[in-house]
Structures are given as C-alpha cells and as structure tokens.
Ligand binder design. Structure first.
Ligand SMILES: [Zn+2]
Length: 263
C-alpha cells in the first residue's frame, strides 16, 4: 500500500478516535473524512494518476533506444483487429493488445493470431463495465480474474499488465491487482479513437510532442467511425506508423513488469 493510501487510512482512524474521545469534534472529523474520500475518488478518475498505486504511463526505464509503446484496447474485433495486425506487420512494429475477456471468448482464434504475430495480450477486464470504478470488491475481482483466466489460456501466457476500463478505478483495484500478479498501465497520450471519429485530430493528438518512451493508446474495438463510416483507427494507424518511422522511432509492446527492456 502506498503512502497516499496509508495516510488516508490513518486519517480515518484519527477521525474515529477523535470523535470517540471528544464528541464535539465530529464536525471537523466528518469534514476531513469527506475531503479525503473526495480526493480518493478524484485520484481514481484521473487515468494517469498514481496516488492509488503504481501506474505505468511511459515505457519503463531501459536502454536509451528510440522506442514508443503501442497499445490497443477493447478488442479483439473480427473486422478491425486483423487489419491492425497487417498494418503492424507491414511496419515491422509490435504492440500490446488489452483485450476484453468476453470478446476473446467470442473470437478465440484472433487472440492466438495476435500472439502468433509477435504481439502481447494483456488484461482489460471481462466485460468492460461502464461502472467498473464503482464495483464492490468481489465483482471487481471477478471482472479481473475471469479475463485473466481466458486470456492466459488463449494467449498461452497470463497477462502481466491490466488497464482499467476508461482508465477509471477505485482504491479497491490496487490490492486486487497485487493478489493477481498484475500491474496497472495507463498511457502517455491517446488518440480518443474510441469516442471521436475525426482521424486527423486523433493522429495529431498522438504525434504532437511525441517523444521516445511514450506509451500510446488506440482502439481495435469499440471504434469510433469517420464521416465515411470507417473505423477511425484504420486511418490513424497508417499515418502514425509512417510518422514513427520518419522520426526513427519503433513501436514496441510493453515488456513484462520489472524486466529489462528486451530489445
Ligand atoms: Zn477500454
């Protein structure tokens, strides 16, 4: 448990003790507890915040290579994922695929194909519930363990990274991840290609200020459509891969937590 959560527990205990000893302090104690709860909730609503536990937002430290992490969320999707795989093959680059367990069950061969092409499969929960950050402990654990089991079986290797649906989470998540041997990953910059169909804006969001070791987030599932009806990611990705190559950057998957960068 990190310093922020420990301080938060200490504050709750102190507030309870204070009220037990002197009832009149209840107003101050309740105010402090409420403020702390708001802070905890706020921290969980900022995807790249690390107050609730370790949270990878860039490639881990390693040799000074010109690499960026590529990640795709919400797949596998039978129409989009194969095209993404072909585009990555064409560029000779690798990526991490944060798959939804229930979708992997529907398209098991696609998970195998992701691995066969040299990419990594990671955990993005079983159902990608919109209220994931509000789930009670047992439901939260179930969302993570169900996906962990099926993805491990289909990929031939248990995922080592977890990404929360929409990046939103509660203080309950970190203990569950620790029990499961998973580590939280978010991103440095994202295309927002799951919600906005403007491919040019999506590319610009990824490329503006792009630096080595950035971790990029795109979607091969739940894709927003361009005005022409195409999944935005299929217009963003060719441009991104070309721009990476032009800048001498290579897209890679996330290495296992704690591993030296194996590249
Ligand atoms: Zn997602």
């Amino acid at each position: 448990v990190n310093r922020f959560l420990r301080a938060s527990v200490a504050l709750h205990v102190a507030a309870a003790c204070s009220v037990a000893v002197r009832r009149r302090t209840w107003r101050v104690a309740a105010g402090a507890v409420l403020a702390d709860q708001l802070l905890l909730t706020g921290a969980g609503m900022v995807p790249t915040c690390d107050w609730l536990g370790p949270n990878l937002t860039r490639l881990p430290p390693g040799p000074r290579l010109r690499q960026v992490g590529l990640s795709f969320d919400d797949g596998p999707d039978p129409l989009v994922t194969p095209v993404v795989l072909d585009l990555l093959d064409g560029a000779g680059m690798q990526a991490s695929f944060f798959c939804i367990g229930a979708r992997a069950r529907r398209h098991p061969a696609l998970v195998g194909e992701i691995v066969r092409r040299g990419h990594r499969v990671e955990n993005h929960s079983e159902h990608h519930r919109w209220h994931f950050a509000c789930l009670p402990l047992h439901a939260l654990r179930r969302e993570i363990l169900l996906a962990q089991q099926v993805l491990g079986e289909l990929a031939g290797r248990p995922p080592t990274w977890f990404r929360a649906p929409m990046g939103l989470r509660s203080p309950l998540l970190q203990p569950v991840l620790e029990q499961t041997g998973l580590h939280l990953a978010s991103w440095t910059r994202r295309a927002l290609d799951g919600v906005r169909g403007d491919a040019a804006a999506g590319s610009a969001r990824l490329l503006r200020g792009l630096a080595a070791d950035d971790l990029l987030l795109l979607h091969d599932g739940n894709c927003a459509r361009t005005s022409a009806g195409r999944p935005a990611v299929l217009e963003i990705l060719p441009e991104l891969l070309g721009a990476l190559r032009a800048r001498g950057l290579c897209g890679v998957a996330l290495p296992d937590p704690g591993d030296a960068r194996p590249f």
